[in-house]
Design a protein around this ligand. Sequence first.
Ligand code: PGA
Length: 248
Amino acid sequence: MRRKIVAGNWKMNKDMNGSVGLVQEILQSNKLFGCDVCIAPAFPFLSEISNICESTPIKVIAQNVSEKDEGAYTGEVSLDMLKSVGVDGVIIGHSERRKIYGENDEVLKMKLDNCLKNDVEVFFCIGETLDVREKGKQNEVIENQLSNTLFDLKDVKLDKLVIAYEPVWAIGTGKNASSEQVQEIHHHIRRLLNLRYGKLSESIPIVYGGSLKPNNSKDIFSCPDVDGGLVGGASLNSQAFLDIISSI
Ligand code: PGA
């Protein structure tokens, strides 16, 4: 059985009070989660939110991490720094990082290598643009995104790896991929993981992200190759996030 996961990516939203308030609302619901739950607040609040989440079922993850270990890299945050404030994992390769901040496969590969070696939860985001989808080339693009990064690494530990399929055209647009589209591409990703890692691949969760909302999550989560979700906008509202979690 693969584990199921729902993660909330708060992106550059909420200040200190807003972040603390949101996590407290989630915890106060006292719901027993039927899956792993992660939240990704902004960097300055990770320490405080990690303290609040200690001894709760919620894991705290970062939205990004440097590929460097330490040194003169102004504005960067290393994995050791994140671990020292209790962070359990990181999101790597979100399309906003790739597109707006120019993160390429070479950098993503270094980040993956570093994080997987260090035994932290890794949400590795892949997904095609609208242009690629319209040309019907999504399977090829997904394969390249994996081959140029993750699949090129040797001796990686896979037990903390989560693949997040996030079609760029569905992120923040209110237009989610249909459950048929999601199932088809998750199945493709599962096949690629199997070709690369064999039986070991069977435990790697593949989650979907892109305009997940309480009114579409149940349908998408019911696909056989979908193991959960990475939620952006809807994770900023505690009730919507809890509803998505309970629809798994
Ligand atoms: P969204 O974002 O749910 O707001 O579309 C998803 C994501 O970027 O991870």
